[in-house]
Design a binder for this molecule. Structure first.
Ligand code: FAD
Length: 388
């Protein structure tokens, strides 16, 4: 396993559950045992989850995997001719099979790093950001109003901080949620005292004594900021695979069963861009449930030595912002018709479904987990009916 976060761990568990009893090496760039990332932008930043507490560490019995853990040492090369994975400390690990589960790295602003400017992908990122937020900055600027930027904004408000979000797009969530529900999410920010500057580009930073003091905007304004959080997405961690012969294009390209052109090399989680017949395209997902579910399929095919089963994503994710528990599932288009089936968006408690022709394509909810779960089951049943 290369990558020891959720997808790597789930792949190791699937291997052992399938009866594989040979040597298993877990190679991870981070020094930590597997932990969950979702709390990093939420409870952890707010000081409600501790590094080794229940909410953050994955509490599964990792010792039962009987694996050789190489933590804090990234893989630097997949040598397909020699059949080895090469590590940064120059050790070569012989392999019969490889699971690529290296996820992604946070995107940074161009230029050298500046004190007070943060990204948020890893536990160490979250520790550094939390420390700066706990110092009580007067102004926090968040660049990017995607899910992570929005969650960090909500966490900063929970800490009583003044926050401005700068977003280059006019309506960043509309391509995913459709304009109507994207607007419902966007309204959460001003309702909770956060101003968002949509359609506004950042051109640079101002600094004082090497520390950030402000964010420069394309319209000439300078927003004061003692802490800046850059939430502009991630790039798949594939650098170490350059020259391996695998197809790398915004992730590791695989067939519908997560298998690369080499039958003994599979990919899963945020790094995998698998062929989806449903989408008629290669698809890469950046959600916890995908990283949790996909490894079982990848491993089944790895053990079989060929693709015997295909991956079907549930398309489920959640986000927590302010007092809103947001859930989404399915595969929707911004033009799908939206029906509110329970509650009301004004009260921030409702369930909506998406429809294309006579087909339900997705479900969305705020603060309605029970009805959402029921609707999601119906969505799954409909999808199964159609594919059988
Ligand atoms: P990752 O978690 O990225 O793990 C990959 C691991 O591989 C990392 O430990 C990395 O260091 C390691 N690695 C990289 N390169 C190498 C190398 N060369 N050698 C060895 N190791 C390497 N999803 C939701 O559905 N809901 C949420 O609310 C939510 N919140 C999130 C909040 C934050 C702050 C973040 C960052 C993500 C959130 N996600 C959420 C997304 C979810 O956490 C990811 O989809 C999931 O972590 C992906 O797991 P992964 O194992 O594929 O990749």
């Amino acid at each position: 396993m290369v990558g020891t976060s959720l997808a790597g761990l789930r792949a190791a568990q699937a291997l052992r559950e399938a009866g594989y009893d040979g040597a298993l090496t877990m190679v991870g760039a981070e020094p930590h045992q597997p932990y969950d990332r979702p709390p990093l932008s939420k409870e952890f930043l707010q000081g409600k989850a501790e590094q080794d507490g229940i909410a953050l560490a994955i509490t599964d019995d990792v010792a039962a995997l009987n694996a050789d853990w190489r933590l804090g040492v990234p893989a630097t090369k997949l040598d397909t001719a020699a059949g080895t994975v090469v590590l940064a400390d120059d050790t070569d690990i012989p392999t019969d099979g490889v699971v690529i589960a290296t996820g992604g790295h946070a995107r940074h602003l161009p230029g050298p790093s500046v004190a007070g400017v943060h990204v948020l992908r890893t536990l160490d990122d979250a520790i550094a950001l939390r420390q700066d937020l706990q110092a009580g900055p007067e102004n926090v600027v968040i660049i990017g109003a995607g899910f992570i930027g929005s969650e960090v904004a909500a966490s900063c408000r929970a800490l009583g901080l003044r926050v401005t979000v700068v977003e280059a797009l006019a309506d960043p969530l509309a391509p995913l949620l459709g304009p109507e529900l994207a607007q419902v999410c966007a309204r959460l920010h001003p309702e909770n005292g956060v101003s968002v500057l949509y359609g506004t580009k950042v051109t640079g930073l101002s600094t004082v004594d090497g520390r950030v003091s402000g964010v420069r905007l394309a319209d000439g304004r300078l927003l004061p900021a003692e802490v800046v959080v850059v939430g502009i997405g991630m790039r798949p961690a594939t650098d170490w695979l350059t020259g391996s012969g695998l197809h790398l294009d915004n992730g590791v390209l695989t067939d519908a069963g997560c298998v690369t052109p080499l039958a003994n090399v599979v990919a899963a989680g945020d790094v995998a861009r698998y062929w989806s017949a449903e989408h008629d395209a290669y698809v890469r997902q950046e959600h916890w449930t995908n990283a949790n579910d996909q490894p079982a399929v990848a491993v089944a095919n790895l053990l079989a030595g060929r693709t015997i089963t295909h991956y079907r994503a549930s398309g489920y994710f959640w986000s927590k912002q302010y007092d809103a528990w947001i859930q989404y599932a399915g595969r929707t288009a911004p033009t799908d018709e939206i029906r509110i089936i329970d509650g009301s968006p004004e009260e921030r408690k409702f369930v909506a479904t998406y429809h294309r022709g006579d087909r339900m394509t997705g479900a969305f909810a705020i603060n309605s987990p029970k009805i959402f779960t029921r609707t999601r089951k119906q969505l799954r049943a409909n999808a199964t009916d159609r594919s059988s």
